[in-house]
Design a protein around this ligand. Structure first.
Ligand code: GLN
Length: 296
């Protein structure tokens, strides 16, 4: 680089150099990622880097940082490198067994909380909880929320449990290992059934961004031949686990809106609500209310 050979590696210089390096490697948010990784290695909040630019980086910090930067430049998502991701203003532990929570999914949480507000103790079922992002955010924001979180992956469930403990809601979140509704006691009914199921068409997996394709769990992405494999099972089963008037909230891929709406509209037990859009204006969440047995 053009810097003099004996110029010290201050934190400021590391940030500038690495941002440029990652940018040349095609990383989308090189400055942010650099800051997140450096703060992680230093064990400080990202915001505190700004007052430490002049500090010299100790050798061990530089070495650990360099290792992360290399993996980032090879495509590993930054959230896996630092083992955490913020969702709904809460820091979640993440690892290779769970999908990294996306801001899009916050729309589902917002809608669930909005509808749950009048209820003192809403019972919420989260299918395919992964990191527990939805389950923990709902329990954290609604102090009476009673959440049941299901996942078919024991590794994911262990991560979700730690996240519930970390955010002080473990007492109100029940974790069940199994496939969708399978581990639930028959007859149990919820005010909400929520899910961010895998919804990518199997044939589209290969074309996903490499960071997603090569690092995030396939189990959390693969929605089968038409992308609706899991959606359909949720739509079919939810009526048996919702209270009358209870609401199903399910995240969808934006190109799936018409198909997903048609599928729910075809089920007489549901009254379909408006599609909820994400922050970029794309269709993201469908809501359907279970009619009372008399059809109202
Ligand atoms: N939103 C994710 C992606 O496109 C997919 C998540 C999912 O299948 N539920 O990367």
């Amino acid at each position: 680089m053009e810097a003099k050979i004996d110029e010290p590696w201050t934190l400021g210089r590391l940030l500038t150099w690495t941002t440029r390096f990652l940018s040349q490697k095609g990383v989308e948010s090189p400055r942010l990622d650099t800051e997140v990784m450096l703060a992680h290695v230093l064990g400080c909040e990202r915001i505190h880097l700004y007052t430490r630019y002049e500090e010299e980086a100790p050798d061990d910090v530089r070495q650990r940082f360099r290792d992360l930067v290399r993996k980032r430049s090879e495509g590993c998502p930054v959230a896996y490198l630092v083992g955490r991701k913020e969702f709904f203003s809460l820091a979640f532990e993440v690892g290779p067994s769970v999908l990294i929570p996306r801001p899009d999914t916050e729309e589902l949480v917002v809608e669930c909380l909005r509808l749950a507000k009048p209820l003192a103790e809403p019972a919420v079922l989260d299918l395919g909880t992964g990191s527990g992002a939805i389950a923990v955010a709902v329990a954290k924001q609604h102090k009476g929320g009673q959440v049941t979180a299901v996942d078919v992956s024991p590794e994911a469930l262990a991560v979700a449990k730690r996240n519930a403990e970390k955010h002080g809601v473990a007492g109100r979140v029940t974790f069940l290992l199994g496939d969708l509704f399978a581990p639930l006691p028959a007859g149990e009914r919820f005010d909400f059934v929520v899910s961010n199921p895998p919804y990518i068409k199997s044939a589209d997996l290969a074309g996903l961004e490499p960071g997603v394709r090569d690092h995030e769990p396939r189990l959390a992405l693969d929605g089968g031949a038409d992308g609706f494999a899991v959606f359909d099972r949720i739509a079919r089963g939810a009526g048996d686990f919702l209270k009358p008037g209870g609401v199903l909230l399910v995240e969808i891929g934006s190109p799936q809106e018409a198909g997903a709406r048609a599928r729910l509209a075809a089920r007489a037990e549901f009254e379909l609500g408006a599609t909820i859009k994400d922050g970029s204006g794309h269709p993201r969440v469908l809501a359907a209310r279970l009619r009372a047995p008399d059809g109202t």
